[in-house]
Write a protein that binds this ligand. Structure first.
Ligand code: ZN
Length: 166
């Protein structure tokens, strides 16, 4: 009893969540302590279950200190997803988001095609013999044609997003 209380004095008030779960002494330079505080025991428990404490330790050691916090956040996210969905893990979330992107790109393409169709109708109405004005027939730089060109640019930008996930 006396021994335990004296050894606890030199470290923090309580061991970090990792050392507590692994039942080891939380050293002053504990790799886990900054990222797995005792108040959030669930974070380390999940990461340990999925990746294993020694792998997490190794991965953190290989990273510069300013990237370790982000690495821990993403590992916690991935581990939680794996526990929730043992088959697909976070790949399940990724593929459902990809499906949403594909669906929205299809909707966008349809909407853009409809706009092009409407502009062409407007363009042909403006250029019909009844409505033709002397100024709009000059030089092929009329306003509706420019809008069609802008629309092509938007469509190309939309296609570039296909490379979002390799
Ligand atoms: Zn610790």
């Amino acid at each position: 009893m006396m021994k335990e209380s004296s050894s606890r004095k030199q470290g923090a008030a309580s061991p970090c969540a990792a050392c507590k779960l692994l039942r080891r002494r939380c050293a002053e330079d504990c790799m886990f302590a900054p990222y797995f505080p005792a108040e959030e025991p669930h974070k380390f428990a999940t990461v340990h279950k999925v990746f294993g404490a020694s792998n997490v330790n190794k991965m953190l050691q290989e990273l510069p200190e300013d990237q370790r916090g982000d690495a821990v956040s993403s590992m916690v996210y991935e581990a939680n997803a794996r526990v929730r969905d043992p088959v697909y893990g976070c790949v399940g979330a990724i593929s459902s988001l990809q499906q949403q992107i594909e669906m929205l790109q299809t909707q966008l393409a349809l909407a853009q095609a409809e706009v092009v169709h409407m502009r062409m109708r407007q363009f042909s109405m403006n250029n019909s013999p009844d409505n033709a004005s002397p100024s709009s027939s000059r030089g092929g730089q009329s306003h509706p044609a420019r809008s069609l060109f802008d629309m092509d640019m938007v469509v190309e930008q939309g296609n570039m997003e296909d490379s979002f996930w390799p």
